[in-house]
Design a protein around this ligand. Structure first.
Ligand code: DX5
Ligand code: ZN
Length: 216
């Protein structure tokens, strides 16, 4: 069953609890929490205190933290303590990948690795046993509301085939430009989790948008 993880980046930050409450359900409890440092990506977003407050307000949600920061290993423990359920770091970050992924798992969380659009998917083939999920970026990370890059489905399909070849259970997540038109391409290619920001929160009925993205 495909899941939608609404990205809080497109929510109204003055009404973050209200917006998140609208989209967290038993079938889709995930919230995608985008953290940016202005260095790894040319933008800033939110961090630890916001996650802590949101977890307190909405403990039933599953927090999928996407760290678009240069040195994620320095923050993994604090995000775990703040209530993250999964932490994804970037392949292109400056952190030691294997030990950071190991640390995330040792903290009892799902560990993910993410790829910028220009990074060949083959780069993570040797890491598939160390991760629970691979996050395929279908836009350059940094901003919501960008157009979906058409090469993303082929990248998802290649990863899915490789995970099958290795016999490794793997969740594949896709992030950027996901809407009712682009989601089916990702689902057909083998994606399990669809991150969607503007297509969910910049609509009058966010739950209807989630259903459309899932194809329900
Ligand atoms: C972009 C973020 C995404 C972003 C997606 O760097 O990682 O999660 O919020 O936004 P949309 O769905 O609007 O492309
Ligand atoms: Zn993201």
């Amino acid at each position: 069953m495909v899941q939608v993880a609404p990205s809080i980046l497109s929510a109204d930050f003055a009404n973050l609890e209200r917006d998140c409450r609208r989209v967290v359900t038993r079938d889709d409890p995930m919230l995608h929490f985008d953290v940016m440092d202005g260095v790894f990506v040319p933008n800033l977003s939110v961090g630890l205190p916001v996650l802590e407050s949101l977890v307190k307000a909405l403990p039933e949600a599953v927090y999928d933290v996407h760290l678009m920061i240069l040195r994620p290993h320095l923050f993994v423990e604090r995000f775990a303590r703040a209530g993250a359920d999964a932490i994804t770091i970037h392949f292109e970050s400056e952190s030691p990948l294997r030990s950071t992924l190991k640390q995330i798992r040792a903290l009892g969380l799902k560990a993910g690795v993410s790829l910028r659009p220009g990074t060949p998917v083959q780069e993570v083939y040797s890491l598939l046993e160390e991760v629970d999920l691979v996050l395929v970026m279908s836009v350059e990370p940094g901003f919501g509301g960008q157009a979906f890059l058409p090469e993303a489905p082929a990248r998802i399909a290649a990863l899915r085939a490789e995970a099958q070849r290795q016999g490794t259970p793997l969740l594949i997540e896709v992030d950027g430009g996901i809407n009712a038109a682009t989601a089916p391409l990702c689902i057909a290619a083998g994606a399990d989790i669809l991150v969607a920001g503007s297509a969910v929160f910049h609509t009058a009925d966010p739950m209807a948008a989630v259903r459309q993205i899932k194809g329900d």
